[in-house]
Design a protein. Structure first.
Length: 436
């Protein structure tokens, strides 16, 4: 039997049909002993990736006491989501209102009806839980430099005026760049380096950390102000490195997300449990891909290396064909695009050929199989997408049993259902310049 045929035969026997929430039972049982579950996605615009992740997350929360969901999104925007679902305030009437904050391109990544449904569920679930035990939702990403600086200054005006001189000094360093602070700052450095705002934001972070215990005006005030200070520091470093778009900016971003995750786990207590939603390129262990040869790390690699005591589990997602929401270029109007049938001999192609349709695989059954110890092409779609050219740059060579602990395959996926939110084009797009 040829190698491809042999692989298909093995996968056919291992794939488990996935049609209803009940079909997740075995997966949920296998995740029960983990305190850190990472749920991927092959694109930021696919309906099934969002809905299956939501189904898994709800069961982990209900059946195994997970404490929060952390996602590939901005901290300030998701902090408003967190406050809404925990009922800390009545600023927003419903989940749709809170999602109107998500005006950074690509807006569809979080301003969509699939996310709205999850936020509504979390809000209702928390009604029957004591305040200290309510389920949270947070953003891990590094992009919100300007929003975080504004938050810090506004907060200190009321709660700690003694630090306003330090904050204003940092703020004024970025102020000439306006609302487009991140990219304008990067362009400025490209032309006029070595002037930077590094010292200003480092000084601000150190002052805030020294005074953090005084910021507990509500349950999460000190966490919020501290996190925004870390974002200001790390975003400055990120934007400083972005002009070269090399692995340094990627690694700064993923280390920031990892550090934020650590901070959240500490905040929620010694036995806290977290669910992570990010693109496969962030949660699938980078050491099992060609990213490793390029000097790139990611969250999936870092949690396995640094938090093995939490027994992290990584679930990858992919589809054979269908449709997706994406843009033709950075800042472009979102479009529903056709996802072509996967390339021959790719991971998605092999699963399609099994005839099992939508399915769930457990990768430990493949780890000792010589047929799956070599890299296999595995599709990754970003927010910028050109289906006609995807064979050139949308497949990541991956040793699949090492990259993930389990995998969910969708045979014919659909584009998610976006909300119509005004896009603020002065802000650096989320995921820029990496598309994932």
């Amino acid at each position: 039997m040829d190698t491809t045929g042999h692989k298909i035969s093995i996968l056919k026997d291992l794939g488990k049909k996935l049609k209803t929430d009940k079909d997740l039972d075995l997966l949920i049982d296998k995740l029960a002993d983990s305190r850190l579950v990472l749920l991927g996605e092959a694109s930021h615009g696919t309906y099934e990736f969002y809905t299956w992740r939501a189904a898994i997350s709800k069961r982990l929360i209900e059946e195994h006491g997970f404490d929060f969901i952390a996602v590939e999104g901005d901290w300030p925007d998701f902090y408003q989501v967190n406050r809404y679902i925990k009922q800390y305030n009545t600023e927003y009437k419903n989940a749709k209102d809170v999602l109107k904050n998500f005006n950074r391109w690509p807006t569809w990544m979080w301003a969509n009806w699939e996310t709205e449904a999850l936020i509504k569920w979390l809000h209702n679930y928390n009604k029957n839980i004591t305040t200290n035990n309510r389920i949270g939702m947070y953003g891990l990403d590094v992009y919100s430099l300007w929003e975080s600086m504004v938050t810090i200054v506004d907060y200190l005006k009321v709660n700690d005026p003694s630090l306003l001189p330090t904050a204003n000094k940092a703020f004024s360093c970025f102020e000439p760049f306006g609302d487009e602070a991140g990219m304008a700052y990067a362009r400025f450095l490209h032309r006029f380096a070595p002037k930077t705002c590094e010292n200003e934001v480092v000084d601000l972070l150190q002052d805030i950390l020294r005074n953090a215990t005084h910021y507990n005006s509500d349950l999460e005030a000190s966490l919020n102000i501290e996190q925004n200070a870390h974002i200001a520091k790390n975003a400055e470093q990120y934007y400083r490195s972005i002009i070269s778009a090399d692995q340094n900016s990627w690694n700064i971003r993923d280390h920031h997300m990892m550090d934020t995750l650590r901070r959240l786990l500490t905040f929620h207590g010694t036995n806290s449990k977290a669910i992570i939603w990010e693109h496969n390129t962030h949660v699938g262990d980078a050491r099992a891909t060609d990213m490793h040869q390029e000097g790139l790390v990611n969250v999936g690699q870092l949690v396995r290396e640094e938090l093995p005591n939490l027994n992290p589990k990584i679930i990858g997602f992919g589809s054979y064909k269908g449709s997706v929401m994406a843009g033709k270029e950075w800042g472009a109007i979102m479009q529903k695009m056709t996802v072509p049938s996967a390339e021959k001999n790719s991971w998605e192609y092999l699963l399609h050929k099994t005839g099992n349709g939508d399915q769930l695989l457990f990768m430990d059954t493949l780890r000792d199989n010589d047929n799956f110890k070599a890299p296999i092409a595995h599709r990754a779609i970003g927010v910028v997408y050109h289906p006609e050219y995807e064979s050139i740059g949308n497949y990541v060579p991956s040793i699949m049993p090492e990259r993930y602990d389990a995998f969910i395959h969708i045979e014919n996926s659909k584009a998610l259902h976006s909300m119509h939110v005004h896009t603020d084009k002065t802000q650096l797009p989320e995921t820029y310049p990496w598309a994932f």
